[in-house]
Design a protein around this ligand. Sequence first.
Ligand SMILES: [Zn+2]
Length: 241
Amino acid sequence: MKFVTSVAALAILATPAIAADKDWNFGDGEMPERWSLENSQYSLCDSGLMQSPVDLSQHKAHGQVTVTTNYGATAATLAVAKEKVQLDFPAGQGMMSGGKQFNLLQVHFHTPSEHAINGKRYPLVAHFVHATDAGELGVLGVMFEEGAVNAGLQGLVASMEEGSGADLTVDTAAMIPDDLSVYRYMGSLTTPPCSEGVNWHVAKATMTASADQIAALTEELGPTARSLQPLGNRLLVAPGH
Ligand SMILES: [Zn+2]
């Protein structure tokens, strides 16, 4: 594979979980992955000071960041590959945060969650990846605990047998909590090339998914959480007073 051209770099920005002929792998989620040793294009993964994920309990401030979405029923196309389960969306849905309109591109999943709270990871997380018209990335993370079945995940889990290219309709609103109080900080893609400048939002309220749904995604994905990264001097705002 040739090194990225500017056009390919844009494609990578729009599709963080590049799985087709990827030359890196997730580790055990604890040890540093050292992806820069796999490819010099990934140097930021090991040298960057604004990397993700982080432990969200390290917040230094409280504040109410208002996030709104226009999520709802939408067409989606499934993309499945090694360490990747993703739904790609046509234009039309998005989130507003900090006065910026972020357009929803795709949602993908990790087992377990990448961000942690007090060191605890949840069994499943959904990362809704957005970009502004100017190309600024914004991610909304939603953690899932084992419990009641999640209606938004049902079509996805059923379509995984069909594999990549499956067309389905999903209700993205059913995958996010009503209360969109979020942890907010500036971070990075959690996969190579680990590009920074990502507006991270992680909902404090969690959702539930059934044991079967979590098992199906865990079996398909395998361990897909990057190790926790140092917060450093970054401001991490937690929801609340
Ligand atoms: Zn992700």
